[in-house]
Each structure stands twice: as C-alpha cells, then as structure tokens.
Design a protein around this ligand. Structure first.
Ligand code: NCD
Length: 304
C-alpha cells in the first residue's frame, strides 16, 4: 500500500502518469463521475485549511465517493489526548483513504505506520505539503507546457513555508531549473535545503532581498504568505508581514509570459489589482488542485 508523505514518493515517470490522468479528468469529467461509488475519504485536519480540505472533499465527491472527517483538533479526540496512531487505527475502520494535516512535522508519517488505508500528508508543520506541490507542478506543466528549463522565483516566507520546501525538492529533479529565492534575511530558506538539497545537487540558485531587482529574469513567480502561526513572537510577524506586495507596477517589470502562482490563502502579498492580469494564475491553480487530487485518489485506491 502506498502512502504519500513527500512529492519524492513518486518518480518523475509516475508523476507524468498522474498528470496525464489529471489532464484526462479535466477533459472528460463524466468518465470518472462514479469510479469511487461506495468509497470513503476521511479528512483529518488538526490545523486550519480551506482549499486543501475542501479540494480533497470535492475531488472525492467528483469521483462519486463520500467524505467524513474533522476540520480542527478541538473538535476531535485529540483534544482529549488521543494520539494520531490511535486515531488512524480507528479511521482505518471507517474509510478507504485518509488525508491528514497536522501542525507537527512528521505526524502523518507516524500515522501511516499504523494505518490500514493509504494516508496522504496534507501539510505537516513547516515541513512538506506534497499535494500542493502536485497542484503546482500540474499548473506549470499545463500552462507552460513543460516542467524544466525555466527560472522560478520563490518569494516571501521561505523559512516556514512548507509549500516552498516541497516544491524545491520536487523541482530539482527536472533539468535546467534555476531558482531565485526572494526573502527578507529572517525568512531565508532553511540551511538543510540550501546545503543538502541545492548545493549537494549542484542546483543553480540565488538569494536576493528585493523583488524588483529580479522579477524581470523570471519565467515563474511563486508568491507565499508570511506564516504567522509559525512565528515565535507577534512583533517579528508584524515587522515582516508586508515586506512584499506584488502590484501592477512590479508586474510591469516582468516578462509578458511570466506566470504568478500562489498556494493561497493570500493576505497582502499580492494586491487585488493583479488578479485581472492574465499572468496571475493562482485561481486557475485551485482548479488544477482538484484534478490532481482526483488523480491521486484513483491512483492510491488502484482504480486508475
Ligand atoms: C498553504 C499551506 O497550508 O501550507 N495553503 C494551502 O494548503 N494551499 C499555504 C499557506 O497556508 O500559506
């Protein structure tokens, strides 16, 4: 049985198959409308979420399946002290597949060791967020026509942003990807990513502070929210939260075909005036998130 903890749980060939399936789902949704009739997805969310939880639920419903679960730790037995290992043993009796989000790094991994059903990591602390990465990769592949041979700027909270960490891990496997990391000094990528992921694999990257200085070089700009909930004090958050605001003026410096992605939720880092720019694809990205989760559920349940 396969669990999904990191985007690296799939080879690039397996990812291609998954993205082809997502593409077929996009073109022929009716073909897939009943494949999961009688199946159940459990969403166990110990941390807030809108997109990830609802897109998992929409994905299962689009396949004809049903969903159950909880959307915050306070309404589950975690508030009574139950461990994730015990919770997943029980969920294994209720559902066929489980998506789990947890504030502690590694919690979904611990759960998977005790699970009788596939467990998908739906975000664990500041660590990984594999299904957001699958969404990002499918968006890039569909709208750019390729994975690889581009310069991608990642901007904002590169220290705590798990979507950033997962995406970097996934993208280094494609050829000719250059990274520009745009962040305040306090929110730079973690050392283990700089050393063990990038330097070790000879991946070209730059670290800069000003978005204006590098935006003209980018094929893709991945904006992120400053992760308030992972800060140790509110003062630092307040000082850094509006460090970057992507607006029309900055977009005028960018290439005509540069795409702007964002995992969402957006706070202030992208001005709403950018939303109508055809290069802003963050809401399209949300739709790709449903297709790719449908493809993932089918693959893990061996129904594809
Ligand atoms: C992200 C997350 O939860 O890490 N959101 C998401 O799943 N789309 C990004 C964020 O919360 O900033």
């Amino acid at each position: 049985m396969k669990h999904v903890m990191s985007p690296l749980d799939f080879t690039t060939e397996e990812l291609d198959k998954l993205f082809d399936l997502a593409g077929d789902i996009e073109r022929h949704p009716d073909k897939y409308a009943h494949i999961c009739d009688g199946k159940k997805l459990a969403t166990c969310f110990y941390e807030p979420s809108t997109r990830t939880r609802l897109s998992f639920e929409a994905a299962m419903m689009n396949l004809g399946g049903k969903v159950l679960g909880f959307s915050d730790a306070a309404s589950s037995s975690a508030s009574k002290g139950e461990s994730v290992s015990d919770t997943i043993r029980m969920i294994s009796c209720y559902a066929d597949i489980c998506a789990m989000r947890h504030p502690k790094e590694g919690a979904p991994m611990v759960a998977s060791t005790k699970s009788r059903i596939p467990v998908i990591n739906a975000g664990d602390g500041g660590h990984q967020h594999p299904t957001q990465t699958l969404t990002d990769l499918l968006t890039i592949r569909s709208l750019k026509g390729r994975l690889g041979s581009f310069t991608i700027g990642l901007c904002g909270d590169l220290k705590f942003g798990r979507t950033v960490h997962s995406l970097i891990n996934a993208l280094i496997r494609y050829s000719n990807v250059k990274f520009v990391f745009i962040s305040p000094v306090e929110l730079k990528i973690p050392d283990y990513i700089r050393e063990d992921v990038l330097r070790k694999n000879n991946i070209p990257f730059q670290e800069v502070i000003r978005l204006e200085d590098s935006i003209a070089d980018l094929d893709l700009l991945y904006m992120t929210r400053v992760q308030r909930e992972r800060f140790f004090n509110e003062e630092d958050y307040v000082r850094l939260k509006d460090f970057y605001i992507l607006d029309k003026e900055k977009m005028s410096l960018a290439r005509p075909d540069m795409l702007v992605l964002h995992p969402l939720p957006r706070v202030n880092e992208i001005s709403v005036e950018v939303d109508d720019d055809p290069r802003a694809v963050y809401f399209k990205q949300v739709q790709y998130g449903v297709y790719v989760r449908m493809a993932l559920i089918l693959t893990l349940l061996e129904l594809a």
